[in-house]
Design a protein around this ligand. Sequence first.
Ligand SMILES: *[C@@H]1O[C@H](CO)[C@@H](O)[C@H](O)[C@H]1NC(C)=O
Ligand SMILES: [Zn+2]
Ligand SMILES: [Zn+2]
Length: 348
Amino acid sequence: MDFLTLFAIYVAVVLTCILLVCKYSGQQQNPFDTLLSYVSKKLAPFTPQWLQKVSHWTLHRLFHQRNNSFICLHILLEGAVYAEFTYEVFGFCREMDTTVTSLSVPYVLLVIKTIFFYLCIKTDPGTVTKKKLSNQLHIYSYDRRLFHPGVSCPTCQLVKPARSKHCRVCNRCVQRFDHHCVWVNNCIGARNTRYFLLYLLSVCAMAGDIALLTGDMLLHAVLRSGLLRASYIDEHGQQQPAGPLFVVQHLFMTFPRIVFMLGFLIFIFFLLAGYALFHSYLALINQTSNEWYKSRGYFFQHCHPTAAADHLSSPIPDHSKRHYYSRGALRNLGEIFFPLRGIQKKSN
Ligand SMILES: *[C@@H]1O[C@H](CO)[C@@H](O)[C@H](O)[C@H]1NC(C)=O
Ligand SMILES: [Zn+2]
Ligand SMILES: [Zn+2]
């Protein structure tokens, strides 16, 4: 296989991954789970019992129990990128006359990101407890559409406040539940959605900034090498100008680690930017991803033309309108950055 085919396969695989993850991230019943259980079922007759047990146990430990493995993976990947940046790109950039100020931006972003990452991990997302329950019940009112009054959580044995959900991984009910994030090993709920948003945005900024600096460095390297004006003799003895693919190939050969890192950063950047945009949008319309998926299910179940007839007489508000909770983007954002407390509500 020649270089071009390999490169095309690489790009295609990366793009497919981006699309799949963007489409299904956060969904409870995602095709990855389905595919995984399908594959393991098909492979079951050919794999020894102990291997099945070990893989089942590993997957269970990784995704269905609280653990720090994704935090470690995150720190490892980040460490690898920053080591590569510091030991290779930094030096090259200095040679290319990039200012120290712009080269220090990634480190400042790293500090900012680490603070939000830490806060996201350490903040209690808003666990529903017996002691706080009477307060928590009054924060949001039941819409009688997605959340109904008087429903108890069978595991916690507590009445569920509106917008809360039981997290199966952490085994607790969480206020204004958004989702359980394995990367921070915590639920995202009323009290840490703000940190989660800022964390996402700062990781995007970090990846984007390092990618820009690296891209700039590679561009300078290409310009300096004069490759764009170079030409080669093809098999017919004709002189051909070296095209962009030739340049890409040359970069791969000369700076393999840097080009690989750049590819990784671009991948991460687009992935997280999509995710951050989705979460910012949800924040602006006063919805959690839990409600987003729930109301989609509701929409398809109840607003399908055939099902609609049964609901004509019911007193449910207009549920074809997806964001009827919203009281304006600014107020919605305000509620994320200054989460409501039950006591506040009582006083007004
Ligand atoms: C957000 O939605 C909830 C209902 O889910 C509502 O009680 C609350 O007042 C809304 N907040 C804003 C700022 O619109
Ligand atoms: Zn519960
Ligand atoms: Zn959780």
